[in-house]
Structures are given as C-alpha cells and as structure tokens.
Write a protein that binds this ligand. Structure first.
Ligand SMILES: [Zn+2]
Length: 419
C-alpha cells in the first residue's frame, strides 16, 4: 500500500492552529497547559500557536485560573465577537440578513419583502439587502452563509433550480463572493434549518429531521451529527413528491405535489375558495384559534397530508426526533396533533411509537443554520451557543471529537486573515 504523502510544514501548522483554536473555543476559559494536554501538542507548540491566535484577535487572555501548586495559569478564550458571520435567509415572502457572532447571537438584522420578485429582480433585491448589511458591519466578517429554497449544489453554491424565483443554474455563491471578496456558502433552507435545530435545539441528538412547512415544504436531515444532503444535494426535497396524481397543478408543473395540499399556500388557496376572498395567514391563524369549523377542517387536512409524507421519512430513516418549523407551525398544537395522528397511521407502529414530533422554537432558524454552515466550513468550528446563554446541552464527547477530527483538515487561512 502506498503511504500517504508526508504533511508539509504549512499543513502541520494549519492543523495545529485549527486544533488549538477549536479547543479554546469549545473548552475556554482554558490554560495553555490544559490545551497542550487536551490536544497532545507540546507546550512550546501551543504557546506559539496561541500567540498567533491572539495577534489575529481570535484568542484573548481572560484572567487566571486556580493554582495547582505553582503560579496560577493564565486562561484563554475565543472572544464571541472576534469575527462576524453574515447569515442570509432568502425566504419565499421575506429576505432576511443578519450579522451573527461566533456564538450564534444575532447582532444586527434587516429584511425586505420578497414575494413579488423573480429572476434578476429577486437577485438584485437580495444583493441590495446584503450591501446594506455589510456596510453596517462592526467588525471583520468571516464570510456569508445563505439559505435558499430549491435544489442547491453546495460544492460551488449554485442554485440548480428554485421554482419560486425562476432561478436555474444560478452561480449565486460565485456572484456574491465576487461582489464582496468573501467566502460564500449556499445551501437549501430546510437543510440549514435542520442544522440550526441540531446546533441550537434544546436537546442535542445525533439524528434529526427538520421539516420546514411554509409556502413551500422541505425537510433537512441531520444523520450521525452531520447534515446529510444526498448524492445530488436534494435529500429531503419532499415538497414536490406527488401525493394526489389527479390533484391541483403545482408551481413546479406537476400535479398534486405535497405542496399543493399541505403548504400554507395550499391552505390559503382553499380558504380563499371557501370564503370567496383572499385570506391572510394571520387571519387564518386567528380564525383557527377561534374554532372556525371550515378553517379547522382545511388546516387539519393539510396537517394530515404532511403526516403521511413524514411517515415515509420515518419508514426510510427511523429517526426519532422530528422538528416542524415554518409558517404553518403558527397553527400550533392542533395542527401538530393532526400531523402526528397521520404519521402514526402511516408508519410501522414500532417505528412511529418512537417518534418525538415537536414544533421548532428557534427564531431566525435559516439565518442561524446558514451561519452554522459557514462557521463549520470556513473556520472548522461547530458553532455552538454560549454556555451562559441557556441550558443547551452539548453533544456527547465522542461526537465532538469525531467532528473535530474531520474538520481539522480544512484550511486555516480564513482564520488568520487580517482583521
Ligand atoms: Zn410541485
């Protein structure tokens, strides 16, 4: 067997910087000696790397820890605001963009309506929003993470097809990257939403299905702690699976897609027929809460269709934790119960019994998911909430180790890019 080529000096240096940064980020405040112990690097190497991280602003001395006999050690931490992430949600009705710190806290957030814009006009609107946000930045930016509906090739950030926007083979990451001179990552919005649930959800589980149900419907799959995108990046694209072959024409051109029966678009279209006039989502939610029988029937039927589709995912993947997000979640527990009942009916009972179906509780889920993707890909760190921010449990240690090992292969250039 051929031996792998020996790592160059530069690669070794990058690997060490990555390892030390990840250790300080995950475990700080932590001393140099403790970093050396945890990484297996020599104290001299750790000291050299720490000096470089400090001069790049990525580590800071934050006081002294308890003495273990000798002089009390100086503790190190990665400052939360050492770099900014730009997260973007190119949603069906609103484009949102925000600057996010290294702990997933949103610092500044702006938005613009997007429902009426297609093609180049939609793209121009997204770029205007980014221009505004980036001109207001208050520190060095790592890059831009974008979540968008549709089929997206995440290797180069090309939107292969976004039905709603009429985008086909749009090199979005390349265009945005050229405009701002920053690394840009683009991924499907449901996929990044699942990633956000995995990172910021109240429970950390190795496997998770996040289903985003708004004007469109898509699922994101986190398997073994990693976002699973499938062979062609389309994993979880359940919205255009045909569920009623003779059903209504979908915006994709097919008939009877899941979106034509279970999305908020489908619900509002049915209510419009029922009432003879357009109904807003807010009005529908209010009528639903008041117990309007027509509205309840339409909404619960939509939930039932969704449950049947989710049963298919449960049968294929046997994932126990499923989180529903998106505008349809505004219909709350009764809608969730309809989804649950249909899921139980549609999946093998032994599998369905294990499923914990819940409503997502994270605001700005796509922005945070896109930021998490950017942070992982660009800095090799798993974005995780600040420990002071709440009761979020961190993953099992072996999961974290595995993730770290894979990610240390990535380039460190971005980390040390001058602030
Ligand atoms: Zn369709």
């Amino acid at each position: 067997m051929e031996r792998p080529p020996k790592a160059t000096l530069r690669e070794t240096r990058e690997h060490n910087e990555q390892l030390v940064l990840a250790t300080i980020y995950d475990d700080g405040p932590v001393s140099r000696a403790e970093v050396a112990r945890r990484t297996g690097l020599t104290r001299t190497t750790v000291s050299d790397v720490v000096e470089r991280l400090i001069s790049a602003g990525l580590a800071r001395e934050v006081g002294r820890g308890p003495s273990t006999g000798g002089k009390a050690p100086i503790l190190l931490q990665v400052p939360d605001d050492a770099r900014l992430l730009v997260g973007v949600d190119l949603g069906d009705t609103v484009f949102r963009a925000a600057t996010v710190n290294l702990r997933g806290e949103i610092l500044h957030r702006i938005e613009v309506p997007s429902e009426d814009a297609d093609g180049q006009a939609a793209l121009d609107r997204a770029l205007d929003l980014l221009d505004r946000l980036i001109s207001m930045r208050t520190g060095p930016v790592v890059g831009i993470g974008i979540g968008a509906p549709g089929l997206i090739d995440t290797t180069d950030g090309t939107v292969v097809q976004a039905v709603k926007r009429d985008w086909r083979n749009l090199p979005l990451a390349a265009m945005v990257g050229a405009r701002y001179g920053l690394p840009v990552y683009v991924a499907n919005d449901s996929q990044v939403a699942a990633l956000a649930e995995h990172v910021f959800g109240a429970v950390r589980s190795a496997n998770l299905i996040g289903v985003k149900v708004g004007l469109g419907i898509g699922a994101g799959l986190v398997l073994n702690g990693e976002l699973f995108q499938g062979d062609g990046f389309g994993a979880g694209e359940i919205g255009h699976t045909v569920v009623e072959p003779d059903g209504e024409v979908c915006r994709c051109g097919s008939r009877g897609c899941l979106e034509t029966v279970a999305s908020s678009r489908a619900v509002l279209a049915r209510l419009q027929v029922l009432r003879g006039e357009p109904v807003s989502l807010e009005a529908a939610v209010e009528a639903f809460r008041q117990g309007d029988p027509g509205v309840r029937r339409v909404v619960l039927e939509a939930g039932s269709h969704l449950g049947a589709a989710v049963a298919g995912l449960v049968g294929a993947l046997d994932v126990h934790r499923i989180v529903l997000a998106g505008t349809m979640a505004a219909f709350g527990e009764p809608w969730l119960d309809a989804v649950r009942a249909s899921l139980r009916h549609g999946a093998l009972p032994a599998l369905a019994r294990q499923v914990r179906l819940e409503l997502g509780g994270i605001d700005d889920i796509v922005i945070l998911g896109a930021s998490a993707l950017l942070m992982t890909r660009e800095l090799g760190l798993n974005l995780r909430p600040s420990r002071t921010a709440g009761s979020v449990a961190s993953g099992p240690a072996d999961d974290r180790e595995r993730g770290r090992e894979e990610e240390t292969q990535q380039s460190i250039d971005a980390i040390l890019r001058p602030a």
